[in-house]
Design a protein around this ligand. Structure first.
Ligand code: T4K
Length: 388
């Protein structure tokens, strides 16, 4: 039965939000700082190719994460591709299917075969047992993801990599300012890849970086992102164009100064969601470890029985209210067209289950606390009462 004191847009009531409420609204620091950087950039007339803003940005990121090297790249996907090439990966590389498609694409685009392994049903991170079962003589590496900024099982995966002589790298696109055992993500494995896409907790418009403590690897990556140039007219390595532009570095320097504020705002919203959704039938939030540093950027919930509607119905309810919740990363990479015909090496029950139940909700500094409450009202009502 429909509670007429709480009409839902899906039942014909006016939507709760007049404008669309997005997941992934960009976080923007002090605009005047960015514009001052832009003025200086135009005065110098130096727009890209390892300019001073990119160099400063790299120093600041390396310092912030406590790593020796940051190699800034034009986006996270090209950063993954450069890292894969610089590590000399060939043949098969094991990745979670439960990730954004870029993780798998970066391998396939370099002529490698992504071999999908399952994730842990609770952490949603790559399962070492599943990785072990997926290894063949053609396997050269493991690319794990710190999904939602929750650290992957670094120790479990490192042990397997050591045992089988595999390279281990991390897609740390979600993990900026998150720690594992008190150490910031960035220094684990052979290297870690960051994304500074507009929708990330910390953006450079578009952008990415590879961070590593390996001097020789960093040097190779620097060459590879700039066509292999070691100086004027002197190409000493195969390469591509993966350079970050000065405008991106300016945005990065601007936003780095405001990052503490973004994280604090995220945390405040996460706490409201956690409190308001706890006890709602069938809603389980993905929680962040209080003992670690987190960026609280992703608000992720699982919708299961006894909720009175399915995840997909809830998405319909929310979209009708102009709340554009997402199903990230449904349906799982292994079921996306480019990979659906690959035979599965190992079963992926947790991936397939999570893909049917996860919902990612709007958050971030641009969303008011009242709006978070309004979103929680809709979820609590429809999960407890159904939609009539
Ligand atoms: N690895 C992982 C684990 C990743 O999650 C990603 C990226 C990568 C690697 C690759 O890194 P990059 O090459 O992107 O640096 C979005 C982002 O485009 C993508 O960066 C991100 N992951 C992924 C999880 O989300 P889409 O296709 O869902 O984006 P889209 O266009 O639907 O935008 C998301 C929402 O953000 C929309 O509701 C609108 C809003 N939005 C977006 C932009 C760009 C804004 O409000 N303003 C904006 O400027 O992939």
């Amino acid at each position: 039965s429909i509670d007429t004191t709480f009409p839902l847009a899906i039942n014909g009531a006016p939507p709760r939000f007049r404008e669309p409420v997005h997941v992934g609204r960009p976080n923007t620091g002090d605009r005047s700082v960015f514009l001052a950087h832009m003025e200086a950039m135009f005065d110098r007339n130096w727009l890209t190719n390892n300019g001073p803003l990119v160099q400063e940005f790299e120093r600041r990121i390396a310092e912030d994460l406590g790593v020796r090297h940051c190699v800034a790249i034009c986006n996270g996907t090209v950063a993954l591709e450069i890292a894969i090439r610089a590590l000399g990966l060939t043949g098969e590389v094991i990745v979670p299917s439960w990730t954004f498609i870029a993780t798998a694409h970066a391998l396939a685009w370099q002529g490698l075969t992504p071999v999908f392994a399952d994730v842990d049903p609770v952490t949603q991170n790559l399962s070492p047992a599943s990785v072990r079962a997926a290894i063949t003589p053609r396997t050269t590496g493991i690319m794990a993801v710190h999904t939602w900024g929750r650290p992957a099982d670094v120790e479990g995966l490192s042990a397997i990599a050591d045992e089988f002589g595999l390279q281990l790298m991390f897609d740390a696109a979600h993990g900026y300012r998150c720690t594992h055992n008190g150490k910031r993500i960035g220094g684990f494995g052979a290297c870690e890849v960051l994304s500074f896409h507009a929708t990330k907790v910390f953006n450079t418009l578009e952008g990415g970086a590879i961070v590593t403590n390996d001097d020789a690897l960093a040097e190779r990556m620097r060459l590879m992102r700039n066509f292999g140039f070691a100086g004027y007219d002197n190409v000493i390595h195969p390469g591509t164009n993966g350079k970050m532009i000065e405008a991106s570095a300016a945005m990065g320097l601007t936003n780095l100064a405001s990052l503490d504020g973004f994280v604090a705002a995220n945390r405040e919203r996460y706490e409201i969601y956690r409190e308001r959704l706890s006890g709602v039938p069938g809603v389980t939030m993905v929680e962040y470890d209080d003992a670690e540093e987190n960026n609280f950027h992703y608000i992720v919930a699982s919708i299961d029985a006894p909720a009175r509607l399915s995840r997909d119905n809830l998405i319909d309810v929310l979209h009708a209210e102009n709340i554009l919740a997402r199903k990230y990363f449904w349906p799982g990479c292994h079921q996306m067209k480019p990979y659906a015909s690959l035979p599965l090496r190992v079963p992926l029950p947790a991936t397939e289950r999570i893909a049917e139940h996860n919902v990612v909700l709007p958050s971030g500094p641009s969303l008011s606390l009242d709006d978070v409450h309004a979103i929680c009202d809709v979820i609590a009502y429809s999960c407890s009462r159904g939609i009539g």
